[in-house]
Write a protein that binds this ligand. Sequence first.
Ligand code: CTP
Length: 225
Amino acid sequence: MLSKVNKIIVTGGPTREWFDPIRYISNASSGKMGIALADEAFKLNTSTVFIHGPISEHLLHGKAYKMVSIESTEDLLNAVLSELEDNSVLIMAAAPADYTPVNKSAQKIKKTEGELVITMKKTPDILKNVAQYKKSRGFKNLFVVGFAAETNDTENYAKGKLQQKDLDMICLNDVSQSGAGFNVDTNIMTIFTRSGEKFDLPIKSKNEIARDILERVSIELTKRG
Ligand code: CTP
């Protein structure tokens, strides 16, 4: 089924929000889950695009799929919207920074006696923007997969995000479990679908998890007919 979609768009890695020319706010995402998803997606459909934040060059080496490199959450939003088209699948494994400094100093901020306070404002929620864009542009057959990295009350938060971000599927990652989450080669996931089904994926390599996620996407698309 995935061979019939026009494009698979995968996002991965963190974003960076600079507050002076040498310092930024970011997070610990390695991009490994995103790469595993892009690798597996490319095996099923050569029209795979991987949009990624700053991740290790060696992880990107030798990939045959299209890659788009971005830095900020705003950049990621623009890159995702420009790749969307009818009959495509979007897999949002990226970990975008949720806040960006209100002021970006053109000069290095110098150390002073007191505390340093950086005021931050919210970045755009990419998946919420995709949901609006999908409606305003009238995209047909878009299948959107979100991720939820949680430490507590995990199922409730994941199901809340599924609904609020108008997703077809969400992959919950309990990062408090060992063998799951950032900078490790394995993951443990639970998938929730729009129709209310739940699938547990026990600890596996990120590539095996990616394969399972894509298989689930394919099954859900087959149900749509
Ligand atoms: N996401 C997004 N835009 C953002 C932040 C996150 O589209 N600005 C996406 C992520 O790529 C992921 C999903 O939303 O697929 C959930 O991300 P997560 O960081 O778990 O949730 P947030 O919505 O940022 O909420 P919170 O940080 O409060 O848990």
